[in-house]
Design a protein around this ligand. Structure first.
Ligand code: AMP
Length: 420
């Protein structure tokens, strides 16, 4: 089905064409007509499926239709969980809106930077606001913004919003929105807490489940390599050299590990940079830009900072440390194999994290054979209990990350995932 049959206007089709999108992705084909019909949508779509354009295109079309000369009021609110994702969504909207006859103003607001420029930018209003929840509330508290004219609310990567503990902020924001509105709810996963939120927000939604269609899954090969914990950096260097990866995104458990692994790689002559929440915004932007421009070969990132990164043709994601939850696993590996490209997701599995990886496999409903790489065969022994229990309860709830006790959030998350 071509884009032209989805009911989008000529200026949008022109922008799509210039962006080089040849045909709509599955989520776009399914969601765009429903959104244009003003229906609520519950979309289960992986990162990389093209869901940003799936909501941005009809949103822009609806704004055009409802455009008046009255002072600008915020008609569309898009909630995201990180500043990187906010910037990315804002950029997609800017590009797709560029040929529209009306100039829509999109404000992108997120925390971690001074609030003043964002307040200045909101003077005179904004048609579309892309926001992280905390900063949005700050701006509302400063009277910089009102939500009483919002006609469409988008929750993007809703599972991440809840995972990051934004539920209180969300409740406050929802209370400020008009009850009569359209709500578009996108999430890569629907554990019970996320489904409960969707059920409370959506009225007779069109349900779009893209993950269920195997043909449309991002083409990601999952591999797992058994290795001793202390040899992982060496193995990573070996693989980068041997496999000739031009770029790799490597996930670790802590900011310290991000610094340490990046440092070791740099000392081995690789262009590697750490990426985590303690870096300044300027530094984070710079690392992403350098990575996209291929000036940096390896980015070593924590989960928080790694979410929402969209880098076309990222060939490989490495789980140097395993993620804490299978939800995180889905998000991490979704950073490769984006929009029809194929990708590789590689996990290092140590004796300590074997049980946890089994749990992730179980939740994924997939078995990933453990490989060994010549010269890096593990000598540390997987505890017998793990081997015997295999996929039962032997897994540590802290993600197999040594010396780290599960936080309250981990426990809540684990409890939510345990529910049938
Ligand atoms: P998203 O899932 O929105 O993060 O999009 C993932 C990537 O797919 C982005 O780089 C988009 O620019 C790209 N993309 C979105 N829609 C299409 C399309 N119809 N054809 C090709 N690429 C697309």
């Amino acid at each position: 089905m071509p884009f032209s049959s989805l009911g989008l206007s000529a200026p949008l089709l022109r922008a799509i064409n210039e962006r080089g999108y040849l045909a709509p992705t599955a989520v776009q084909s399914a969601a765009i007509p429903e959104i244009l019909r003003q229906r609520d949508v519950q979309g289960c779509a992986q990162t990389g499926s093209g869901k940003t354009a799936a909501f941005a295109l009809p949103l822009l079309q609806m704004l055009m239709a409802a455009h008046t000369e009255a002072p600008r009021r915020t008609r569309a609110l898009i909630l995201v969980h990180t500043r990187e994702l906010a910037a990315q969504v804002g950029e997609t909207i800017r590009v797709l809106a560029q040929h529209l006859p009306e100039r829509f103003k999109t404000a992108i607001v997120f925390g971690g930077v001074s609030i003043n420029p964002q307040m200045m930018n909101l003077r005179g209003g904004a048609d579309i606001v892309v926001a992280t929840p905390g900063r949005l509330l700050d701006l509302i508290d400063h009277n910089a913004l009102r939500l009483d004219a919002v006609a469409t609310l988008v929750l993007d990567e809703a599972d991440r919003l809840l995972d990051l503990g934004f539920s209180e902020e969300l409740a406050r924001i929802l209370a400020l929105l008009p009850a009569r509105r359209q709500t578009l709810f996108f999430s890569a996963t629907f554990p019970p807490a996320v489904q409960a939120l969707a059920d409370s927000l959506l009225r007779d939604p069109a349900r779009i489940d893209i993950v269920a269609d195997p043909a449309d899954r991002p083409d990601i090969t999952q591999r797992a390599i058994a290795v001793d914990a202390h040899r992982r950096t060496q193995l990573l260097r070996h693989l980068i050299a041997q496999q000739g990866w031009e770029r790799a995104l490597v996930f670790v458990a802590t900011k310290y590990a991000a610094e340490q692994v990046a440092d070791k790689l740099r000392r081995a002559g690789l262009d590697a940079e750490p990426f985590h929440g303690m870096l300044s915004q300027g530094k984070r932007d710079q690392v992403l830009e350098d990575f996209k421009a291929r000036r940096v070969q390896v980015v070593v990132s924590t989960d928080l900072a790694g979410r929402g990164i969209d880098i076309a043709q990222l060939p490989v994601v490495v789980n140097f440390d395993l993620p804490r939850s299978s939800v995180d696993y889905v998000h991490r590996i979704g950073r490769t194999g984006r929009a029809g490209e194929c990708g590789l997701a590689l996990s290092f599995v140590t004796a300590d994290s074997e049980a946890h990886f089994q749990l992730i496999e179980k939740r994924q409903g997939a078995k990933v054979p453990r490989e060994q790489i010549k010269g890096f065969e593990p000598v540390q022994i997987v505890p017998m209990a793990t081997l015997a229990a295999n996929d039962t309860t032997g897994a540590p709830s802290n993600g197999g990350i040594k010396g780290k006790r599960p936080s309250k959030k981990d426990k809540l998350r684990a409890a939510a995932q345990e529910k049938p």
